[in-house]
Design a protein around this ligand. Structure first.
Ligand code: C2E
Ligand code: MG
Ligand code: MG
Length: 438
């Protein structure tokens, strides 16, 4: 058998116009061939789902034409090492599917690793050298065991895992992933009920001023006690709610709830701690979060300087205007804007240049290693110096040891959040902590 792409000439609905590879429709056509091989009983069908890392960023920074060229070049490099009995497809956008008959799973995994290694050298795109990488998920079964569609979806899950583990890697599908996918489905189905039945609550993690040892701010963190699943951490359900759109209702509720508590705080003291809420990128795009928050502040008669919004990277650069408009409105009203998890993504600096940020939150990953890793220490001190130059405040998050606090304080950072001081507390406990300290 030879590669499907080499059999087909001319334009057809099964061919992708950009790369000349068969497309998803073409992939379906190949199934007959695959089934024939399977009848001989000697082979397993492996699907390697390969996605170009960060093509969206390349498109938005350098233009779609260049992005297209990258897709073509990636396809060509992979073509150059295609073994016999393999089919390469443009699955969608920046994602390719490589289908191959193998005797052993290890063969498919080796091929995936070879594909990754292909990109250790930069691509020549126009006059530039561009470093790209790919993430690959590998699933391998006999067609007696699993349908081709199933194998493809397993490979896709594994590819997403490769992305979440840091990209530029190959991840074989495992039954653990199957379990995770199943759990995600359950969570997805339970969220609408949870919203209806008010199963969410906010907890508050104090932020301390190291110099005075006082609680000057607090981050509102969502908690979900599901009657079916027990405690589900936000890391597990927020991204799902973002995908389904349920984050809009959840986010609106968070705004109101944080404002209600802020009102309680301002009744108890002259200078109540600033409450920050985490706002998902999706909320800027699919709802008007600034209007929702301003309405809630009005309703509870909150001084806007007592509320802050934490944003993270992940807002697509194309959607900048909508996000910028809402953040500017909030900022003009006096709401403080924090840039959360600073330093972990690719565009922290462009965020600083684009959005009206007042506070940088240094990500926990830098703080965790600050005692033993000289580079982490230097990075943190550079972030603090940068913030100083830009007149921004800095909060260090994830402080767990007095030594970390001492290093940070020496470097000129005094706003600390972490288990060394407090974990996120229930509303009641938080209010009594403040009552005691005032
Ligand atoms: P984040 O916004 O960076 O929140 C800080 C996370 O770090 C919290 O985890 C907090 O409990 C944890 N943390 C704080 N100090 C320490 C420490 O010293 N050591 C360790 N190991 N962890 C520490 P949590 O509550 O599980 O939240 C995880 C993430 O989920 C948050 O990261 C945020 O991205 C998201 N999230 C939480 N609540 C909300 C929410 O209300 N809305 C949205 N959109 N996202 C939320
Ligand atoms: Mg946060
Ligand atoms: Mg954070």
């Amino acid at each position: 058998m030879i590669s499907a792409e080499r059999n087909i000439h001319g334009v057809s609905p099964h061919i992708d116009g950009l790369t000349g590879l068969p497309n998803k429709l073409g992939l379906n056509l190949a199934l007959d061939d695959l089934s024939n091989v399977h009848l001989h009983g000697r082979f397993q069908t492996a699907v390697l789902m390969m996605d170009i890392d960060d093509l969206g960023t390349i498109n938005s920074m350098m233009g779609e034409e260049l992005g297209d060229q990258v897709i073509v070049d990636v396809a060509n490099r992979v073509r150059s090492i295609l073994p016999l009995r393999s089919y390469l497809y443009r699955f969608n956008g920046d994602c390719f599917a490589l289908v191959i008959q193998v005797k052993r799973r290890a063969e498919a995994e080796r091929l995936a690793q070879s594909c990754i290694n292909l990109f250790s050298e930069a691509l020549d795109v126009g006059a530039r050298k561009l470093h790209v990488s790919v993430s690959i998920g590998v699933a391998c079964f006999s067609l007696e065991q699993k349908s081709f569609k199933k194998i493809t979806s397993y490979a896709e899950s594994a590819m997403k895992k490769a992305k979440s583990q840091g990209r530029n890697r190959m991840v074989p599908f495992s039954s653990e992933m199957h379990r995770e996918a199943h759990e995600k489905l359950i969570i997805r189905n339970l969220i609408p009920e949870a919203i209806k039945n008010s199963e969410f609550r906010l907890c508050y993690q104090p932020i301390i001023d190291f110099k005075t040892n006082k609680v000057v701010r607090a981050e509102a963190l969502i908690r979900w006690e599901s009657p079916v699943l027990g405690n589900v951490p936000p890391d597990k359900f927020i991204s799902i709610a973002e995908r389904t759109g349920d984050i809009i209702a959840i986010g609106d509720w968070i705004c109101r709830e944080a404002c209600r508590v802020s009102q309680l705080l301002s009744m108890g003291c002259d200078q109540p701690p600033v409450i920050s809420i985490n706002v998902s990128p999706v909320q800027f795009l699919a709802s008007n979060i600034s209007a929702t928050l301003m309405d809630a502040m009005d309703f509870y008669q909150i001084d806007s300087k007592n509320i802050a919004v934490e944003i993270t990277e992940g807002l697509m650069i194309e959607d900048k205007t909508l996000t910028l408009k809402q953040l500017s409105e909030l900022s003009e009203q006096g709401v403080t804007i924090y840039l959360d998890d600073f330093g972990t993504g690719y565009s922290s600096l462009s965020y600083l240049a684009t959005y009206p940020v007042d506070v940088i939150k240094i990500d926990r990953s830098f703080i965790r290693t600050i005692e033993e890793d000289v580079n982490a220490k230097k990075l943190v001190s550079s972030i603090i110096a940068l913030a100083d130059k830009l007149d921004l405040n800095v909060i260090a998050e994830g402080i767990e040891t007095p030594e970390q606090a001492a290093i940070l304080s020496d470097q000129g950072c005094d706003l600390f959040q972490g288990f060394l001081y407090h974990k996120a507390m229930e509303e009641g406990a938080f209010l009594s902590l403040l009552a005691k300290s005032n």
